[in-house]
Ligand binder design. Sequence first.
Ligand code: FE2
Length: 188
Amino acid sequence: MTRLKNFIREMTILADSHADDEEKMLDGGQASLAALLAEDNWLPEEFARPDEGRYMQYLLHCDPLERFSVVSFVWAPGQMTPVHDHLTWGLIGMLRGAEESERYAPGSPPTLIDTQRLNPGEIEQVSPRLGDIHRVRNAFDDRVSISIHVYGGNIGTLERQSFDLASGTCKAFISGYANSSLPNIWGR
Ligand SMILES: [Fe+2]
């Protein structure tokens, strides 16, 4: 738990000085997230559990001032998100397995820009400034993948949009979280 606790501490200190500076939050947050991802030995099993019906979003921590939140995304084989936006900055860091991320340009419907593969330790940035629309999927059809995401707000409570590429329509959604209790970061 020390690794997660230290990450939350660093993000909190960063937010105290730079919460309104997206670039500093992304760059500082990425350095701290890279350290968190350097070892895959800290995520408690209950926040790493897949569900066959849907990909899981477990809240690991939300800043009390809602300046950032930390979420584990757990993908069963073959699972994917809809094409969606975030409306805030975000860091997507690979912990276990691999993901494919399709980036889209805004439009009706959004159009595919490129596809990136994220391997363990690698981090992608999203934001309305950098490009905010994507679809993420488990790169594997035969194993679970897990990524750790950090967002510039309480992401599970924010109203965002998902896009249907075939019809060109969009729909508001609020993702919520799959868990009702948080990890004990103090480990005792
Ligand atoms: Fe996303």
